[in-house]
Design a binder for this molecule. Structure first.
Ligand code: THU
Length: 132
């Protein structure tokens, strides 16, 4: 995977962060997931006055892609203005694990700090349906 493709993914996550709807927490998050065809699907967090209905940026991105028929993913970039960097929450890890045996997760912040981790390390022994 070339660096320019990684740069593009990181930039898409940073750009998507600007669309975050987070009037309650004011914590803006962007995500960009790359599929097996090299296409990028973006997402941001979308909060709700009924707080528990909030959807994280990572789930917005992956669910948008799945809803368009995509099933295979290569990596995801997650952007938040934090240091240390922000990894996907537990719920998002589980949703990503539904579609990815493993996945590179690139955490970034607007200052340009990046760090890569693997879904398998963040969510070892993920629950997957054993009945299908
Ligand atoms: N959030 C994300 O979008 N992704 C994460 O990885 C962590 C948390 C959102 C949910 C909520 O809108 C805000 O950040 C504060 O938790």
């Amino acid at each position: 995977m070339s660096d320019s493709r990684l740069d593009r993914l990181v930039q898409a996550a940073l750009d998507s962060r600007k669309s975050a709807y987070a009037p309650f927490s004011k914590f803006l998050v962007g995500a960009a997931i790359e599929d097996a065809q090299g296409r990028i699907h973006t997402g941001c967090n979308i909060e709700n006055a009924s707080y528990g209905l909030t959807v994280c940026a990572e789930r917005t991105a992956v669910l948008k892609a799945v809803s368009e028929g995509v099933r295979e993913f290569v990596r995801i970039a997650v952007a938040a203005e934090t240091d240390p960097l922000t990894p996907p929450c537990g719920a998002c890890r589980q949703v990503l694990a539904e579609f990815c045996d493993d996945l590179e997760i690139v955490m970034v912040n607007p200052a340009g700090k990046t760090e890569s981790v693997r879904l398998k390390d963040l969510l070892p022994r993920a629950f997957r349906a054993s009945f299908r």
